[in-house]
Write a protein that binds this ligand. Structure first.
Ligand SMILES: Cc1ncc(COP(=O)(O)O)c(C=O)c1O
Length: 392
């Protein structure tokens, strides 16, 4: 299928009574008519049977299949949070003594996992500026297992050159893992050469801010390895997504293309207005963004440049005051997270990137006055801008 939204649309997934939405499988365990089938299923020799919902659940499988269709991956797996997707994918690939190369700008939780948690397992991590492809190459060691990045990094909105990173990874026999949370549909990392794509579905994919969820999209061998009853990280650590949630996320996935178009349209409008007003604004859709041309090369047409913008208010005090005033004026909510139908804003350095030490924040160019916007689905964005302008 040519584009990711149509790939979701043309999936035929029905419930057991011809229900247009697949039935919800509300069971932890499954019965077998013959004992031998159970044994064969445990040994991976029988296909199509469900064992236990920590392993696979039909509702989770419907959602995983739809995500695989969107991403163009042979398979996918869903998890109870984005962090579960990230940590399970990494832990499945790396063991004691291994080495990871990562973009220094990632979501704060990912940074903390790589920086503070993995050393417990003697896994070494090198942090690089992902724009500097030479530094990625130079960081490769004999024990390196993977390169980790975000398609559009949080909150610096740098765009990763996925095809070149994939080439570097392939030449050194490494895996490239990409978090595509900010740019679902807009960029298809697997089709550009990434080996594993992870998502926080909490954000744009679900879009309703009513749950936390994640996904791992990859080839069948990798997804099967995650669910292996003896050695699978997902099977053994158990971050299973509730099937009731899977079924609601699946329904929301079918409107993702319309939402991404509107998020992008509104973000572009606000980014242009901020720029005209003389505010320092970071939005990859603006021609003067350093990765604008790269994103244009990588992106699927028709979904825009994404719903995330960052502006620089210079100091945390000014940022806080501005956000309080915007919330009071009804622009949106002073809240972390993103991908919601209402606009959300937060001061990254003191919230979702607070795990990144302040000296590292400054080193990567993150101003203490950075206000990150997840632009909502406002019908009248010009009116929203009037409200913002009124409190600036
Ligand atoms: C880019 C990115 N990846 C992963 C996560 C973690 O996702 P979750 O909160 O669903 O665990 C976040 C959360 O903000 C994020 O922004």
């Amino acid at each position: 299928m040519k584009d990711p939204a149509s790939s979701i649309q043309y999936l035929n997934q029905f419930g057991e009574f011809g229900d247009v939405n697949p039935s919800i499988t509300d069971s932890a365990t499954y019965t077998f008519l013959e004992a031998k089938t159970m044994v064969d299923t445990f040994q991976g020799e029988e296909e199509g049977c469900f064992l236990y919902s920590r392993h696979w659940n039909p509702s989770n499988k419907y959602l995983a299949d739809a995500l695989a269709a969107m991403e163009g991956t042979p398979s996918a797996w869903v998890t109870a949070s984005g962090m579960a997707a990230i940590t399970n994918a990494i832990l499945q690939m790396c063991g004691c003594g291994d080495h990871i190369i990562t973009s220094i700008t990632t979501y704060g939780g990912t940074y903390a996992f790589l920086k503070n948690y993995l050393p417990k397992f003697n896994i070494d991590v090198t942090f690089v500026n992902i724009d500097d492809l030479e530094s990625v190459k130079n960081a490769i060691r004999p024990n390196t297992k993977l390169i980790y990045t975000e398609t559009m990094t949080n909150p610096m909105l740098q765009v990763s050159n996925i095809p070149v990173l994939a080439q570097i990874a392939n030449e050194a026999n490494l895996k490239l893992v990409v978090d595509n949370t900010f740019t679902p549909l807009i960029v298809s990392p697997f089709k550009l050469g990434a080996h594993v794509v992870v998502y926080s579905m909490t954000k744009f994919i679900n879009g309703k801010n009513d749950c936390v969820a994640g996904a791992i999209c990859a080839d069948e061998d990798f997804v099967n390895s995650l669910s292996d009853v003896n050695t699978g990280t997902a099977m053994l650590l158990g971050p299973v997504l509730d099937p009731l949630r899977s079924s609601s996320i699946l329904k929301n996935l079918h409107t993702l293309h319309i939402r991404m178009q509107k998020h992008s349209e509104n973000a572009m409008f606000l980014a242009q207005r901020f720029k005209e007003a003389g505010v320092k604004v970071n939005y990859p859709g603006l021609p003067d963004h350093k990765n604008h041309d790269l994103l244009k090369e990588l992106m699927n047409p028709g979904f825009g440049f994404g719903g995330m913008i960052a502006i620089d208010m210079q100091t945390a005090e000014k940022a806080n005051l501005f956000m309080e005033k915007m919330q009071h004026a009804g622009v949106g909510y002073l809240a972390v997270s993103l991908g919601y139908f209402k606009t959300l804003f937060s001061n990254s350095g003191k919230s979702t990137s607070s795990e990144v030490p302040e000296e590292v924040q400054r080193e990567i160019g993150m101003s203490e006055g950075l206000v990150r916007f997840s632009v909502g689905l406002d019908h009248d964005i010009a009116y929203t801008w009037e409200k913002i302008e009124g409190v600036m």
